[in-house]
Write a protein that binds this ligand. Structure first.
Ligand code: FAD
Length: 210
């Protein structure tokens, strides 16, 4: 589990002291009169202070906004315990990216933070724990237990495969102990996609492929 609700004094200390391990985030939902992103993928934002990426889901389903308008969602990591400052930095990034268009055509619908008992992920990316626990027969699955190379819900699915691999290997050991060598089960965890895919996707992104 992620550190608890930081409204509580005890947990406040955990939240402040353990930010490196907590997967904390902030999202802004915008309604825009004009389209700001021309494609259905994530627009990665490279020169910003906080916002890492944005999507315009109305490109996939226009029903998510009133006719002619667009819904945009940004995402960012929270880098301090000062949520007000994090919100201001998000707005500053939006002004920097879209200039006057942001002021003239966009309305902020919500700004939501994900931390404490409601984090983005159950542990920071790369800090995953193993499925085994100190209680015999109790195993964990979820996005804090994912194998290397996976993110988010794909990682959740692979954490279940990781658990199945553990179960298979303990079955194999039991059989081998009583009846001699056994044929090994195929692994359930799928190898993660090649890192070169990221380069290929960038190359094939709208505007690059022509
Ligand atoms: C705003 C947001 C957007 C996201 N967008 C995406 C996305 O686009 N794509 C993607 O792949 N992933 C996305 N994610 C991440 C994705 O939601 C998580 O990776 C996934 O939900 C993790 O699954 P989990 O089962 O490990 O944990 P959770 O889904 O958090 O499930 C844990 C469950 O345990 C319950 N629980 C907690 N404490 C207790 C307790 N003491 N007793 C009993 N029950 C308890 C909780 O209520 C919860 O239901 C997003 C997350 C957020 C917050």
């Amino acid at each position: 589990m992620a550190p608890g609700n930081d409204e509580d004094d005890t947990n406040e200390q955990i939240a402040i002291g353990d930010y490196s391990q907590e997967a904390v985030g902030l999202k802004v939902h915008l309604l825009s009169d004009v389209s700001l992103i021309p494609h259905k993928g994530i627009m990665y934002c490279l020169d910003t202070k906080r916002i890492a990426g944005m999507v315009q889901p109305t490109n996939s389903d226009p029903r998510l906004a009133p006719p002619g308008k667009h819904l945009l969602i940004s995402h960012q990591v929270i880098q301090s315990n000062d949520v007000e400052e994090e919100r201001e930095l998000a707005l500053a990034d939006l002004r920097m990216m879209f200039g006057e268009t942001f002021e003239k055509h966009c309305r902020v619908l919500t700004m939501s933070t994900y931390r404490g008992e409601w984090p983005v992920n159950r542990i920071a990316q790369g800090a995953d724990v193993t499925p085994e626990t100190s209680v015999q027969g109790l195993y964990m699955v979820g996005d804090a237990v994912k194998p290397s190379g996976y993110l988010m819900v794909e990682g959740v699915a692979q954490s279940v495969n990781l658990f199945l691999d553990l179960l298979d290997s303990s079955d194999d050991e039991n059989v081998a102990r009583h009846a001699g060598p056994v044929s090994r089960h195929p692994r359930n965890v799928t190898p993660p996609p090649s890192r070169f895919n990221a380069i290929r996707w960038l190359w094939e992104a709208p505007g690059n492929s022509q």
